[in-house]
Design a binder for this molecule. Structure first.
Ligand code: PLP
Length: 393
């Protein structure tokens, strides 16, 4: 006997993975240059040189810092560097003991949902959303409540949101810049959200935590602002990752920040550590705790994402696609040219070797996700395919 839930998760189809695997097979048949794979959000720019240099220096000069256990919550010096960096950048008084270092944003989120969930609790998520939220929330024993997308601008449908908040609401998840829409929530959106949460927390006499999932915090385009959310709402818990900002998804490094201003901060932090312990997310890779904390004020050269975004957005609009302007990350989320996004994605794949992920899986049917974290040259070569796809309708 095995767990039916885990069996289900382990055997469920992943449209993104299937597209990616299909792309590799198809490349073997027709040549890699003839397949246009926009399925995966793998950074296309290398990590900064300094990342490799620090790794090599530590390997050579500080062997005592690697291959060893650290504190379960992460090395104290590394946590202090993360705190110093945020204090410098956003102004705050964060301290090392508010950070729980763990293996990426995925583990950070699991630790937070695990820490907060009591029987009957619900977490609100806004579509379009990162599909793993459902897995993580249900894994913690809570229920995910999905707010339908506000498709004109992919901000928040506040009427639907207010109706969804109940005494069972333990937290709300935001992800800005967003996967899959690329949209950045405006300051006004975040202030409105904070005002509602403050009022509902008071009405229900318990804090409603705002969980800010921020792997794309640093990938922001000109003219857009990503406000530091703890400044806007007291009960914000931050989940961060170096997967995208430093192009290190394979190194699995991120953190949870429970700012001291959060209601019951000490208990919440201790529960995050408890969830980390119960999930086995202790002692994140020690070499990369050091490397990321020494490099956390820098980023990869992210300019290519903005260039790709502008190129693709302009071209698709000119071809007749409807695209909401992204403000960051490296995804575009245009409307599909027929209501059935699965059929649209299938046609793009079958007839044009364009691999686009259907929006249904992100809670926004009628759209497709284009992960444009690819070489610009490949994007340029793909444009005639997008045009031919549009003309086929
Ligand atoms: N949250 C969002 C919105 C993401 O897009 C991703 C990865 O793509 C994650 C979390 C998980 O990131 P990590 O690699 O840090 O676990």
């Amino acid at each position: 006997m095995v767990s039916e839930r885990m069996l289900g998760l382990g055997t469920a189809r992943s449209v993104i993975r299937e597209l990616f695997e299909y792309g590799k097979q198809r490349a073997a048949q027709v040549g890699a240059e003839n397949v246009f794979d926009f399925s995966l959000g793998n950074p296309s720019v290398p990590a900064p040189d300094a990342v490799n240099q620090e790794a090599i220096r530590i390997l050579r000069e500080q062997p005592e810092l690697i291959h060893c256990y650290t504190s379960a919550q992460g090395d104290a010096a590394a946590r202090q560097r993360f705190a110093d960096s945020l204090n410098r950048r956003f102004g705050g008084d964060y301290t090392a003991d508010q950070f729980y270092i763990t293996v990426g944003a995925a583990a950070s989120l699991c630790c937070v949902f695990g820490a907060l969930t009591c029987p009957g609790d619900e977490f609100i998520v806004f579509a379009p959303y990162f599909p793993e939220y459902k897995v993580f929330i249900e894994g913690a024993g809570a229920k995910m409540v999905l707010i339908p997308p506000e498709i004109e601008g992919f901000q928040i449908d506040f009427d639907a949101f207010e109706r969804a908040v109940t005494p069972h609401t333990k937290g709300v998840v935001v992800n800005t810049p967003n996967n899959p829409s690329g949209v950045v929530y405006s300051r006004q959106t975040l202030e409105s959200l904070a005002a509602i949460l403050t009022e509902k927390s008071r009405a229900y006499d318990h804090p409603i935590y705002l969980i800010s999932d921020e792997p794309y915090r640093e990938i922001v385009f000109q003219g857009f602002e990503v406000p530091w959310i703890p400044h806007l709402y007291r009960d914000t818990i931050v989940c961060y990752s170096f997967s995208k900002s430093l192009s290190l998804p394979g190194e699995r490094l991120g953190y949870v920040l429970v700012p001291g201003q959060v209601t019951d901060a000490g208990r919440v932090y201790a529960a995050v550590a408890g969830a980390g312990r119960s999930l086995g997310y202790v002692n994140a890779p020690s070499l990369f705790q050091q490397v990321t904390s020494l490099c956390c004020d820098m980023t990869s050269d992210l300019a290519v994402y903005e260039r790709n975004c502008q190129l693709l957005t302009d071209a698709l609009r000119e071809m007749g696609y409807h695209v909401v302007q992204p403000g960051g990350a490296f995804y575009l989320f245009p409307r599909s040219l027929e209501p059935d996004d699965m059929a649209f994605s299938e046609r793009a794949k079958r007839d044009f070797d364009l691999l686009l992920v259907p929006g249904s899986g992100f809670g926004a049917p009628g759209h497709v996700r284009i992960a444009y974290c690819v070489q610009t040259e490949m994007l340029e070569r793909a444009l005639p395919r997008f045009r031919a796809l549009a003309q086929s309708y």
